[in-house]
Design a protein around this ligand. Structure first.
Ligand code: NAD
Ligand code: TDX
Length: 334
């Protein structure tokens, strides 16, 4: 199989490429990535001699036509992915997440190439903290931020291309990922690298918001199940029953560093901050038999902390600029 992975130099895409090259030697991987601030060629160093890398934009229709014409399937990870950035400047989110997805859909339509679309649980909006329910495949879309609205828009394009043009696509909406190679702007790597640098972790508002954490390798094993055995046109939710409130996550990270549980700062809350995400992945589990391997969040988190300790040269170049951007956006200790 010849597989195109868009966004393969990003967090989840790079882990997907590692997993694919290691576990499926018969798959020839081509990565298409624009190498934005979030893309890092070094994330592909361990597999560089076993893949093809194309530096380019998914919204470049001529380039996309060319690369899609040479493969059997596309897994589309490339996106602007950070909610806080989408509040500061929504335009790149509209351009990459919506126009970029359109460009890929037109190419897979012309070349009749299998397409898997990576999306997020944020398209469903949020749940109340005391609501016992979870998102399911039929939950109505209700996105809150420019990021989640752009992802919801791209999902809708995929659904329309399946129904109107017969594109062979599947969609997955996954919860919050953690693991190696995640950009230091995101919650968990930000706090880990802050602690390595002697800065107190920074919790938005009171920190009662709940995220449903899944290890990136579990997300990616589910993507492979869907790519190989998923029903065309079907949406699958991916999650591993990992609900935790943000404050508890910071406390766990502090514990791993041998620090007191209250050794963090409350900082300015995110405008429109979604309260709680929770995934019901029973369709994926029952229909495709997928099960997560990382069932112990504390262990997965400790392994992630070790990875950031061992790979400072990977994240160090981004750290100062990321913290300056948060300050420039007005983040203040409460
Ligand atoms: P990331 O920001 O770490 O990586 C995004 C990658 O896409 C980068 O390598 C970047 O260079 C590339 N890219 C951006 N714009 C591009 C363009 N126009 N053309 C080509 N490449 C471009 O993101 P991530 O966290 O790895 O997320 C990957 C996908 O998974 C996204 O679609 C995101 O919406 C989805 N997702 C993420 C999470 C999560 O917790 N991180 C959860 C669910 C779904
Ligand atoms: O410094 C911080 N302090 C803090 O309390 C940061 C960066 C975040 N937070 C909070 C905000 C969220 O409630 O932690 C939670 C997680 O924040 P992010 O890592 O920014 O993730 P989130 O906004 O939940 O979105 C993530 O999961 C869904 C990914 O970034 C998206 O790409 C994915 O679609």
């Amino acid at each position: 199989m010849r597989l195109l992975v868009t966004g393969g130099a990003g967090f989840i895409g790079a882990n997907f490429v590692h997993q694919t090259v290691t576990q499926r030697p018969g798959v020839h991987v081509t990565v298409l990535d624009k190498l934005t601030y979030a893309g890092n060629r070094a994330s592909l160093d361990p597999v560089a001699d076993r893949i093809e890398f194309v530096h380019g934009d998914i919204a470049d229709t001529a380039l996309v036509e060319h690369v899609v014409g040479a493969v059997d399937a596309v897994v589309h990870f490339a996106a602007e992915s950070h909610n806080d950035n989408s509040l500061a400047d929504p335009w790149p989110f509209v351009q990459t997440n919506i126009v970029g997805t359109y460009s890929l859909l037109q190419a897979v339509r012309r070349h009749q190439v299998r397409y898997h679309h990576i999306s997020t649980d944020e398209v469903y909006g949020d749940l109340e903290l005391d609501d016992p329910s979870a998102f399911g495949e039929n939950t109505p879309y209700n996105p809150s931020s420019p990021y989640s609205a752009s992802k919801a828009s791209s999902d809708m394009l995929v659904r329309a291309w399946v129904r109107s043009f017969g594109v062979a696509a599947t969609i997955s909406n996954c919860s919050n990922n953690y693991g190696p190679y995640q950009h230091v702007e995101k919650f968990i790597p930000r706090q880990i690298t802050n602690l390595i640098d002697g800065i107190r972790p920074r919790l938005y508002g009171a920190g009662h918001q709940v995220r449903d954490w899944i290890h990136v390798d579990d997300h990616n094993s589910a993507v492979w199940e869907i790519l190989e055995r998923g029903r065309i046109g079907q949406t699958y939710l991916i999650g591993a029953d990992g609900e935790r409130d943000n404050k508890s996550v910071v406390e766990l990270i502090l514990e791993a560093f041998g620090r007191a549980p209250d050794d963090f700062d409350h900082v300015t809350d995110r405008p429109g901050h979604d309260l709680r995400y929770a995934i019901d992945a029973s369709l994926l589990r029952t229909e495709l038999g997928w099960e997560p391997e990382y069932r112990d969040f504390r262990k997965g988190l400790e392994a992630t902390i070790d990875w950031y300790r061992d790979n400072e040269s990977w994240w160090r170049p981004q750290k100062a600029a990321t913290e300056s951007a948060y300050l420039a956006a007005g983040e203040k200790v409460l």
